[in-house]
Design a protein around this ligand. Sequence first.
Ligand SMILES: [Zn+2]
Length: 283
Amino acid sequence: MDLNAYYKLISDEGRAQRYLSKKCRKNGHRFCPRCKQRKLYKLADERHRCSRCKYTFHDYSGRWINYGRLSAVQWLSVIKLFELEVSVRKMSLQLGLSYRAVYGVVSAIRMAILSHAEDAQSLLGGEIDLDEAYFGGRRKGNRGRGAAGKVPVFGILERDGLVHVSVVPDVSAATLLKLTVKKVRRGSVVYTDKFGSYNSLMFCGYRHLKVDHQKYFSSGKVYINGLEGFWSWAKERLIKHHGVSKNYFPLYLKELEFRYNNRNDDIFDQVANYLCDLVPKRD
Ligand SMILES: [Zn+2]
């Protein structure tokens, strides 16, 4: 969203509320966040009661955006600053809110992005690069595979398309092939380096081509610089967060995947949509 449209949107709390409330409906209809019933009773204080399960709710009930009790204008400001990759500390100064409060709502944005990524069923296909990278760890120490204290991440990149990254417990053949089979369409051409964990790809229904790092430039189409580009782009961004704890790392990683996959798009509206999604029920 460009700044003119954004200024107009936040010029008035009512306008900002309508923008967000609209996103909480389905095909223009309000529905019960518990049982999805569309027949509702309007109550006096902007709330509604479900005719089926009798749940009383307001527009943000059960949604990510219900977190933090911000006004609609404040939410839109957080989304704009998030779009611009402003740090939580600077956001809290800009918004006049505590660091803790801003950290909480930015985490809600990241959770909404993660939740959306987990729901995405679409398969990647065509020409695919697979590669692993290691993130974090205090010391440089051992580089490459098995580096102590570092978090292994597996990446799947569709050439000229989307990237899918996930934190993995290890880089064994079983782990990497399972994720590949789940995410990559059979029959795709898959490029990897010579790491042994990829040896069985051809048995999983893929055309497997190996890249020799030594002959990087001489092997024509066989290259994985697409993912190497993503890894360096991601690592550069993570430096700004001054070391992310292992527990929160998957959240940051999915944020980076989202930003990368939408690098040519306007993410403001998309983040607002995700925030207005229902929080999935966990068992
Ligand atoms: Zn209901």
